[in-house]
Design a protein around this ligand. Structure first.
Ligand code: C2E
Ligand code: CA
Ligand code: CA
Ligand code: CA
Length: 281
């Protein structure tokens, strides 16, 4: 960050505020990040709580800048969204995730489903379904091994079109997950109108599960689990960090979890090792 600040001082008029300048600098570098091979995909395993085995993974984008080092997705994803750069980055992430997943299957590793985050920009792109179809064809990954994660706020914008897009993806065999579930403002009746397979319980609800599993604190996680059960959806708890959280979730009927308790997001080679050792067969 210091490095950033120093560069900026020379590049921009002093009237421009620091935050806007940093954004512009990041944007300029982000434009070249793909061609410079600075964008990577990491994988965080999804664990089946009953068996402890790896049954899938979430693809998470990473940016390693040549001089700044790691730039957090929280910093560059919003810029990529606003500038439309997310279209190219998101496609690259999707292609890489499908290619890696197919390669692991071809190596004879337990077949697992990969979840890829979609941004609002991508979901509203008119040719999204065609692009996803092409990527699956190019990589040879059967569509049932791809899950796409969308947030509630994406579902709530331009709803009719989004419903249509999601049905087309679902008919191909792709599954849809709602990310950060419970943090948006979607009305529950909407859930039935979308072809959803999975609810991802936001990590804020998981982190509020206290050491002694206080009933009130875990109440939202429990409510989401009950909702998932009643609607016959898969539920995945995100951000599980402690054994107490795991025990609480398991007792509440949660089948799947992700979090630092099991593993941080890993580079492809390390995830491959984990899948070899702890994959579901
Ligand atoms: P998300 O989709 O909700 O991803 C989960 C985030 O929680 C990841 O942060 C992950 O590293 C982190 N996490 C996982 N387990 C734990 C845990 O036990 N404790 C805590 N405190 N955190 C945990 P990350 O990788 O920094 O990504 C942040 C956000 O950036 C993601 O949130 C997602 O919204 C966005 N993002 C990441 N990759 C992509 C991508 O390829 N495309 C798009 N459009 N957005 C992405
Ligand atoms: Ca996600
Ligand atoms: Ca999430
Ligand atoms: Ca999130």
């Amino acid at each position: 960050a210091k490095e950033l600040g120093r560069n900026l001082w020379h590049l921009h008029a002093p009237s421009m505020n620091q935050e806007a300048s940093e954004r512009l600098l990041l944007e300029n570098h982000l434009r070249r990040a793909l061609e410079r091979d600075e964008i990577l995909v990491y994988y965080q395993p999804k664990i089946e709580l009953q068996s402890g085995r790896v049954v899938g993974m979430e693809a998470l984008v990473r940016w390693h800048h040549s001089t700044w080092g790691w730039v957090s997705p929280a910093k560059f994803i919003p810029i990529a969204e606003d500038t439309g750069l997310i279209a190219a980055i998101g496609e690259w992430v999707l292609g890489t995730a499908c290619r890696d997943t197919k390669r692991w299957q071809d190596l004879g590793l337990p077949p697992v489903r990969v979840a890829v985050n979609l941004s609002a920009h991508q979901v509203h792109q008119p040719n999204l379904v065609e692009r996803v179809e092409e990527i699956l064809q190019e990589t040879g990954l059967p569509p049932r091994f791809l899950e796409l994660e969308l947030t509630e706020s994406i579902l709530m914008q331009n709803t009719e079109r989004v419903i249509d897009t999601l049905h087309r993806l679902r008919r191909m065999g792709i599954t849809i997950a709602i990310d950060d579930f419970g943090t948006g403002y979607s009305s529950l009746s909407y859930l039935q109108r979308f072809p959803i397979s999975t609810l991802k319980i936001d990590q804020s609800f998981v982190s509020s599960i206290s050491r002694d599993g206080d009933r009130l604190e875990g109440v939202i996680a429990k409510a989401v689990l009950a909702l998932a059960q009643n609607l016959d959806l898969e539920a995945v708890a995100e951000g599980v960090e402690t054994l107490d959280q795991q025990a609480f979730l398991r007792d509440a009927g949660c089948d799947f979890a992700q979090g630092f308790l099991y593993s941080r997001p890993l580079p492809a080679e390390e995830f491959e090792k984990l899948l070899t050792e702890r994959g579901h067969t």
